[in-house]
Design a protein around this ligand. Structure first.
Ligand SMILES: CC(C)(COP(=O)(O)OP(=O)(O)OC[C@H]1O[C@@H](n2cnc3c(N)ncnc32)[C@H](O)[C@@H]1OP(=O)(O)O)[C@@H](O)C(=O)NCCC(=O)NCCS
Length: 173
């Protein structure tokens, strides 16, 4: 009697990728990721995106130079799959906190064909590692709908930050 062999479902292959810290030479990659992130979040006006690219490039360059912006990219064979940055954001003084800066995770982006493979997770892990090494007590961010699962998986929790909209912006989330 012929026995039917059960076909095993093929597990999708995780591409090998390495996450490295960026340098100023990588600025065009960071600008691309920033623009692509906003486009995915609903910003569609090319002129606005072009303008935002220039402003972000200037903003990021000066902060990278002063050591207030760090970035990481995930690469596979020289191809960039995704990345993200930590900005040391100025904050108001409060009791028990000597530093008036806090690390803030921003510009998280994974190229569409590389999503769901752990690329963003790899970047988040590097960012957390950097914060621990530099003795920061927390890492903050504003999560897009797509990003929420990634952050929850890495122990991020919702906070009590609030806002009152004065004017609705198209890309607001
Ligand atoms: C959000 C984003 C960066 C996630 O990148 P990613 O590399 O796909 O994320 P990861 O592969 O590390 O996913 C981690 C977890 O998120 C969830 N997840 C990621 N992609 C998912 C998908 N397509 N469907 C469902 N869940 C998904 C899973 O829970 C996954 O955990 P698992 O590995 O245990 O399954 C990416 O979707 C993106 O660039 N989106 C557009 C821009 C954006 O929203 N950026 C975030 C701004 S805060």
């Amino acid at each position: 009697m012929a026995t039917k062999k059960k076909k095993r479902a093929k597990k999708p292959r995780r591409p090998a990728f390495a996450v490295r810290k960026v340098t100023l030479k990588d600025l065009p990659i960071l600008v691309h990721q920033r623009r692509a992130m906003w486009r995915d979040l609903g910003a569609r006006e090319q002129r606005e995106l072009d303008r935002a690219d220039k402003v972000y490039a200037r903003w990021a360059r000066s902060r990278m130079k002063s050591g207030n912006l760090m970035g990481w990219v995930a690469e596979n064979g020289g191809k960039v799959l995704g990345g993200g940055c930590v900005w040391l954001q100025p904050v108001q003084p409060r009791p028990g906190h000597k530093l008036m800066i806090q690390p803030y995770l921003l510009s998280m982006y994974t190229e569409p064909r590389s999503r769901g493979l752990g690329v963003a997770s790899g970047v988040v892990e590097k960012a957390l590692e950097w914060c621990r090494k530099n003795r920061f007590s927390q890492l903050r961010l504003h999560a897009s709908e797509m990003g929420r699962k990634v952050y929850l998986k890495h122990g991020f929790e919702r906070t009590w930050e609030m806002r009152r909209r004065i004017k609705k912006l198209r890309e607001d989330s």
